[in-house]
Design a binder for this molecule. Structure first.
Ligand code: IMP
Ligand code: MG
Length: 184
């Protein structure tokens, strides 16, 4: 796969992603089937826009428990290819989460700052439980320690795109995960 700007190299195929999403969905369905029976309320899948949209949509369809789907946006790194560590804001939190089981769905955990910020922010909503799920885990780039309960794939500390993940708004539509080679 190539394009006008940067060469892309496939890292995780669409087929592997599909299989892993089903495995994660089975685990999540199993882990939450009793709690959702106890509370009588569906699990809230809280997707972090925009990167998680494709993963969340496949995950939600592979789950065998009822869910509610919500999204929040967190002000991002803009077009930079690495974490700037600048302050963030959360946009779009409108549903009451009090007493609910919440699963935060991320595309990738890199420095960990975004997830740390979101988890701190969510504390005030008095959810019953909050767990985290990420398609990709770039653990070698971690700056702050954050709890990640469900991980799709470990990835090296390189910039990746596709399957929802972008570089300056591009490549979200790709079916596979690719590394983006910033040097030609
Ligand atoms: P963190 O705050 O450094 O953990 O970064 C989390 C967010 O940065 C992710 O939700 C992504 O939106 C973005 N991000 C981090 N690494 C990458 C990458 O390799 N490709 C695309 N987006 C990334
Ligand atoms: Mg993200």
């Amino acid at each position: 796969m190539s394009n006008d700007d940067f060469p892309l190299k496939e890292l995780i195929s669409a087929d592997r992603i599909g299989k892993r999403v089903v495995e994660l969905a089975h685990r999540i369905s199993r882990d939450y089937c009793t709690t959702s029976n106890e509370t009588g309320k569906p699990l809230v899948l809280l997707g972090v826009m925009k990167g998680s949209f494709m993963f969340l949509s496949d995950l939600a369809r592979a789950l065998s428990i009822p869910v509610e789907i919500e999204f929040v946006a967190i002000t991002s790194y803009g077009d930079e290819l690495a974490s700037s560590g600048s302050p963030r804001t959360v946009v779009g939190m409108s549903v009451p989460l009090e007493g609910r089981d919440v699963l935060v769905v991320e595309d990738i955990v890199d420095s960990g700052r975004t997830l740390e910020f979101l988890l701190e922010y969510l504390k005030t909503f008095r959810a019953r439980t909050i767990a985290t799920c990420t398609l990709l885990n770039k653990s070698e780039a971690r700056v702050v320690s954050v709890p990640v309960d469900y991980i799709g794939f470990a990835v090296p500390p390189q910039f990746v795109v596709g399957y929802g993940l972008d570089a300056a708004g591009r490549y979200r539509e790709l079916n596979a995960i690719h590394t983006l080679e910033t040097r030609k």
